[in-house]
Write a protein that binds this ligand. Sequence first.
Ligand code: PDD
Length: 282
Amino acid sequence: MIYLNGEYLPLAEAKISVMDRGFLFGDGVYEVIPVYSRRPFRLTEHLQRLENSLAGVHLANPHTAEQWTELIGRIVAGAESEDQQVYLQITRGSDSVRNHVFPKRVTPSVFIMSEPLLTPSAAQRQRGIGAISATDIRWLRCDVKSTSLLANCLLRQLAVEAGCGETLLFRDGFLSEGTASNIFAVRNGVMLAPQKNHLMLPGITYDVVLELATAHGLRIEVRDILEEEVRQADELWMTSSTREVLAIVSLDGVPVGSGKPGPLYADMYGWYQEFKATVMRR
Ligand code: PDD
């Protein structure tokens, strides 16, 4: 069952107008929320980011946090898997004509679905993933979680065609993020995190990793990270709600550090799993 504009329906029966601005213009925002043992992880933070994305594209939030929690709860309860990824999106709705200008009176379209959460396997974790690099050709509001993901898709496809798992994006000589992940570098025992700004998505997993690094006394620098620093890193990690924390072991065919997931990655992965277990027990 999915949720679409006030109704719970089987996916195959869910229909949306071809005049929907999400379809015509990619005019919408979204969230991906991991769910462990049927409990949404960091829901408050995901809903706050949704609020920020909506404000960024001048859309009113159609629901309160309590209403979102209720809607998501029903979708989670009706899904088969214990561990899920909930996808929700809001578009500006459909008008009778195609016009770039926002329609005056239009009801936003709200869609929620759940899919099984497929985190990387133990073997994948032990191997780590290869990445390539590319120029960040996206717009200048990457802090908005917009459904307009064409640039991300094109850039991600490059990685797949090179037999890799992610594309690292650089803008004007600095690291921004991955096509669907945030990126951390480790150099000389220091964890480097790009600082949040309009050039990257403020990841919920990114926040968890920073909190865990702080709690465990890791040396941390949150600042702009030069491309050279990424290329000379001892370790690279990618983070996202669906891949959690994953080691990047090569960049453009060059091994990162030893070419295997590094020791700080092992620590961070352990802390992340511990943290998840603790919050899920509460
Ligand atoms: N993407 N940066 C980008 C561009 C992303 O698309 C994502 C997540 C992240 C990581 O954010 P978080 O830790 O909150 O998941 C960073 C989701 C998973 C997606 O589009 O499927």
